[in-house]
Design a protein around this ligand. Structure first.
Ligand SMILES: [Zn+2]
Length: 240
């Protein structure tokens, strides 16, 4: 779609049902559209294993992809060039050797994966399940991992902006982690998906998708964490 003018109707088809997009004012929606087109010019979206990408899906993925960097800029995605769309759930195979020299094979089903400097891989099925109002968004989740990996490894903390307090970030994230673990153990309703407790990197990725998809319960549960995320993303969807 290089050089093509996208009509308002096409944008509406691609993003009109996405509640996150609808939170933005018309001028901001315009900026999302412009940034999405720039992303499509800069990055490769590749369909593999029978996946098919039509213009609507390209616009939808690009629109979701640029929301986290709307106020940061596309350069924050400079470390990846290719987004691979996979038909069906993505199966990752890992093998590891234990201390006795026995090699274990592990196959885990996951909805996406982001490697340092490598491509971002997304399951098409999970892309279609994203942005349905339940807090789940695999596009934002995986791209949050790439932001996290910009400074060092995926450690749950992206490079913070000047003026942000890294110690306060760390302390507030830890308190939220402990609170989530406690609530999960008690079987309480959780402000974010329990998968966040996998490790600090997943915690940041899940918090990020919730920050955009379901900001109200997130802010209500952990206002300090919400504020850190708003400072980092330079956006506050509850104050448009
Ligand atoms: Zn993840």
């Amino acid at each position: 779609m290089r050089g093509l003018a996208i009509s308002a109707g096409q944008w509406h088809q691609a993003l009109g049902d996405w509640a996150v997009y609808r939170r933005y004012r018309p001028g901001q929606q315009q900026r999302i559209q412009e940034l999405a087109l720039r992303l499509l010019l800069r990055k490769h979206l590749v369909a593999v294993n029978g996946a098919e990408l039509d213009d609507r899906l390209r616009l939808r993925i690009a629109g979701m992809a640029v929301v986290p960097v709307l106020e940061l800029g596309l350069d924050w995605y400079e470390r990846w060039q290719t987004l691979i769309l996979y038909d069906g759930p993505f199966v990752a195979e890992h093998s590891w050797e234990d201390e006795f020299g026995i090699v274990h094979q592990e196959t885990s089903e996951r909805s996406g994966e982001a490697w340092e400097r490598g491509p971002v891989v997304l399951s098409l099925e999970d892309v279609w399940h994203s942005g349905q109002g339940d807090g789940y968004n695999v596009v934002i989740h995986e791209l949050a991992h790439t932001l996290d990996m910009r400074d060092a490894s995926a450690n749950g903390a992206p490079p913070l902006h000047a003026g942000m307090d890294a110690a306060a970030w760390q302390a507030d994230m830890q308190a939220a982690w402990d609170d989530l673990a406690r609530r999960a153990e008690l079987g309480e309703t959780l402000p974010v998906d329990e998968y966040a407790l996998e490790d600090p990197a997943e915690f940041f990725a899940v918090l990020s998708e919730t920050f955009f998809e379901q900001p109200e319960p997130l802010r209500a549960a952990w206002p300090a964490v919400y504020r850190h995320l708003a400072d980092f993303y330079r956006q506050d969807l509850l104050k448009p």
